[in-house]
Design a protein around this ligand. Structure first.
Ligand SMILES: [Fe+2]
Length: 220
């Protein structure tokens, strides 16, 4: 639980594979949103003041939207914010497509969305103050992987290196899974601990990812 003057962030871990869901609350207005309904609504129910204003979907892989129906049922007025390409999967009248660099105001908090394809076509990250919710695009210690249909390593390189790593180095990332040795980390610390974030070129990144996958499959 992070509590600063303007907002709080409460996380819960579980779901398919150490997924994280985040509940963000605007201190002044009391408005709240959830980032990725990956865990049952009961995890957050007692912390929700009334109803959610928004449900943000970082991408439509099944584990990240596993409990979306429940959140919609319990928060029928919440807007569902996702990339336009998610439309066919998120079939709700409350679905609201968010384009690259589009903003969403929730009380006194301003979110901005960044389209970050690579791990998946409809991946988005959301920034708010010095916080970056990264979904499966960037984890503590490494990038997302490019294993599913809709993955593209060139796009991932562009999203990570030309967008996320160009942000303020003190930005704190909140990823979609607990895959690192701590739940969140600043961009600059993350670069310092991760060879996948130290590539000198796109080719170098592709090579490093290749080595990473080989080492994983060899059980190293
Ligand atoms: Fe994913």
């Amino acid at each position: 639980m992070i509590l600063v003057k303007e907002y709080s962030i409460r996380s819960a871990k579980g779901g398919y594979d150490d997924n994280f869901s985040y509940l963000v609350t605007c201190s002044e207005s009391g408005q709240q949103c959830i980032i990725d309904p990956a865990l049952p609504y009961d995890n957050f129910k007692s912390f929700i003041n009334g109803a959610l204003s928004a449900i943000i979907i970082t991408h439509t892989h099944g584990d990240h939207i596993a409990h979306l129906k429940d959140y919609i049922r319990t928060n029928p007025k919440a807007v569902i914010l996702s990339h336009p390409m998610s439309k066919s999967i998120i079939q709700s009248k409350n679905n609201q497509a968010v384009y690259h660099l589009e903003e969403f105001k929730m009380g006194q908090l301003m979110f901005q969305f960044i389209h970050t394809p690579g791990h998946y076509t409809d991946s988005i990250c959301a920034t708010m103050k010095n916080i970056l919710f990264t979904g499966d695009t960037l984890f503590v210690g490494r990038t997302g992987r490019v294993l599913s249909p809709g993955s593209n390593i060139n796009d991932l390189y562009d999203s990570v290196y030309n967008q996320l790593l160009k942000m303020n180095p003190d930005t704190i990332i909140y990823p979609g899974h607990d895959y690192g040795n701590q739940p969140s980390i600043s961009l600059k610390e993350n670069i310092s601990i991760s060879p996948l974030l130290q590539a000198e070129s796109e080719q170098d990144f592709i090579h490093r990812m290749d080595q990473y996958e080989k080492n994983r499959s060899n059980g190293w």
